[in-house]
Design a protein around this ligand. Structure first.
Ligand SMILES: NC(=O)c1ccc[n+]([C@@H]2O[C@H](COP(=O)([O-])OP(=O)(O)OC[C@H]3O[C@@H](n4cnc5c(N)ncnc54)[C@H](OP(=O)(O)O)[C@@H]3O)[C@@H](O)[C@H]2O)c1
Length: 154
């Protein structure tokens, strides 16, 4: 059984929590306002679920899902995530999130620096993965997604 740490328990984080519990994983949920504000969701999810601080969710998770407004990225506890798989659902929409210098300049390190290739407005963003690719609901092939990523330009 895996423990999924969840930082941000809104629309997306809450959905991931429900799906994780349905798959019989433990979840530790967190948000910005504190564990007590998640009591209702934890009760709904049952005994596999608990609430904690973002730090506690990051520490407890074998895998950690970050699903907060992108502008709050500086609040994500970094140390407990070292060496763990961490999935960030965030989309950077400057019109919504404000300009974030570290993302605008590509200054953040490692392969994540290439993540702009699937940002909003690029060919690989969104539609190739969903049931929206054609009327039959066929997802795009790996080759098409790869070509879209390579073909992205700023
Ligand atoms: N990949 C996708 O398909 C997809 C789809 C939709 C959305 N998204 C992205 O996912 C992100 C979250 O979207 P959402 O719709 O789930 O948002 P949401 O419903 O507004 O939920 C945001 C959650 O983040 C928490 N939060 C805010 N600031 C925080 C902080 N500093 N530390 C810890 N938790 C914090 C909020 O807690 P409080 O209420 O306590 O502040 C809330 O639980 C956005 O970037 C959105 O664009 C991705």
């Amino acid at each position: 059984m895996t423990t999924v740490g969840i930082i941000g328990s809104g629309m997306i984080g809450g959905t991931v929590a429900r799906l994780s519990v349905a798959a019989r994983h433990n979840v530790v949920l967190s948000n910005s306002r504190g564990p007590e504000t998640l009591a209702e969701l934890v009760a709904e999810l049952g005994p596999l679920a608990a609430a904690g601080t973002a730090e506690q969710a990051a520490e407890a998770g074998d895998i950690v899902v970050v699903s907060i407004p992108v502008k709050a990225f500086g609040d994500v506890p970094v140390k407990p995530l070292a060496g763990k798989p961490a999935l960030d659902t965030g989309n950077y929409y400057p019109r919504r999130d404000g300009q974030i210098a570290e993302l605008d300049t590509g200054a953040l390190a490692g392969p994540i620096a290439e993540s702009w290739r699937q940002e909003p407005g690029t060919p690989a963003y969104g539609t190739p993965y969903g049931p929206f690719t054609d009327e039959a609901g066929t997802p795009a092939s790996t080759a098409k997604i790869r070509a879209d990523l390579i073909g992205a330009h700023r």
